[in-house]
Design a protein around this ligand. Structure first.
Ligand SMILES: *Cc1c(COP(=O)(O)O)cnc(C)c1O
Length: 412
């Protein structure tokens, strides 16, 4: 039999390579994306439509999704089974930290899995009553100008334009911000933020966030984009939004038609688990990508949700298939009421170590820990450089093999 040889690398080398990912190959089909488990999701969706007496058309309308967010244990218990403890504590926790989940995101909860990663992100848990941590560990208040701007870096800043979200994530870093009711920031206040950008010529990157930056009207988004684009030193405009994940119905043709008039526009979204990759979220991401918008993902590392190297690998690989580039993995912040989500730094490092070499560089984000009190995003990396000498440097590669290189070049 004729066998193709790719090169003169011996067959054992390929065996060794296969071996490097055989653990992942064996497990990956048991970690479902929302596309792979879509029948179950559709079943839940039908239950929700029936309970809310709604049509398919309602469901596809994001205004309907927002208006019909579930906000009580009683409502939720009509769709998934809740334990006695859940029932007892959901409303109590919700009176302390706001709770709302879109019908769409609720449909992603696997009712047969008490450990469901979607449920943990969406439904209040008794552990939130634990008071460890702080309400504002990032000291956004201390680095805020006009209270809706946070400026922590020389050439870019964030503007928070609303506190509305499709769902209030249980691990939210801005819990203090979410308040009792939905509040869109008045236009006059946003105007003063835009004036600040106009007056500070070193600001070349404006990041619009919230709440959720896409949970304001199309008209408001267009107004802001027009204002920002009239400032010559603003090179790029970014949106931070979880709508592709929690409310993909928000990504409408009208919205993408507006966005693409003001390029270069970037969107960073926030998938935390493969189950969030559904036919709906895929369409939302593809619409944005087709409009020429580069998409990045900012995952938060969360105990019980995604602190697992295989879950993260599957998530990142599947994100690439819907044209989203994994951008950051954030180490969880010490926000009050989220201590059950905290993980050790070693876990994040192990995940990073397991990605390098074993999969495309495209699927490897930067792992970031935020310095307390606004000290900023700080990368954490497995160490590959073992020794840096004047003339020689030594390393280990992704498989743990040692090598040295000459450290040539003129002295710096
Ligand atoms: C995260 C963040 C940014 C953006 O940081 P990048 O590393 O450029 O993505 C800008 N300003 C503030 C205050 C931030 O927290």
């Amino acid at each position: 039999m004729y066998r193709m040889t790719l090169s003169n690398i011996p067959e054992e080398r390929f065996d060794k390579l296969r071996n490097e990912i055989s653990d992942y190959e064996n497990i990956k089909d048991r970690i479902f994306t929302g596309i792979e488990d879509y029948e179950k999701i559709l079943y839940q969706k039908k239950k929700i439509l029936k309970y809310l007496n709604a049509t398919e058309e309602d469901y596809n309308n994001y205004h309907w999704q927002i208006k019909n967010r579930f906000t009580s244990a009683e409502g939720i218990s009509k769709i998934i089974d809740l334990s006695e403890t859940d029932l007892k504590y959901i409303n109590e926790v919700a009176s302390k930290y706001r709770f709302a989940v879109s019908p769409y995101y609720l449909s992603l909860i696997d009712p047969q899995n008490s450990d469901c990663a979607i449920k943990k992100q969406a439904i209040p848990a008794v552990e939130e009553l634990n008071d460890l941590g702080e309400l504002d560990p990032m000291d956004e208040k201390g680095t805020a100008i006009h209270d809706i701007i946070t400026r922590r870096y020389p050439d870019r800043l964030i503007i928070k334009i609303t506190n509305v979200c499709g769902m209030f994530c249980r691990f939210c870093q801005r819990r203090r911000h979410i308040g009792e009711t939905d509040k869109v920031v008045p236009r006059a206040k946003i105007q003063t933020a835009i004036e600040y950008v106009r007056e500070n010529r070193e600001i070349r990157d404006v990041l619009i966030t919230g709440g959720d930056a896409f949970l304001v009207s199309d008209e408001m988004i267009e107004w802001m984009l027009k204002e920002l684009r009239a400032i010559p030193h603003v090179e790029i405009i970014r949106f931070g939004t979880r709508t592709p994940v929690t409310l993909p119905q928000r990504i409408t043709k009208n919205l993408v038609d507006i966005l693409k008039k003001y390029h270069p526009i970037f969107v960073n979204t926030h998938f935390n688990h493969p189950r969030e990759i559904t036919p709906e979220s895929k369409i939302a991401c593809e619409m944005l990508a087709d409009a020429g918008i580069p998409l990045g993902n900012q995952m938060v590392l969360l105990n019980g949700v995604n602190n697992d190297k295989y879950v993260v690998r599957k998530l990142n690989l599947k994100l690439l298939t819907i044209r989203v580039k994994p951008y950051y993995i954030f180490h969880p912040k010490t926000v009050k009421g989220t201590s059950h989500f905290w993980v050790k730094i070693e876990e994040g490092l192990e995940i990073m170590e397991s990605l390098r070499g074993r999969t495309s560089g495209l699927a490897i984000p930067t792992y970031i820990i935020n310095g307390p009190k606004g000290l900023g995003k700080t990368p954490i990396m497995p160490n590959y450089l073992l020794c840096l000498g004047k003339d020689k440097a030594s390393f280990r590669n992704w498989q743990g093999e040692y090598f040295e290189v000459e450290n040539f070049g003129a002295d710096a």
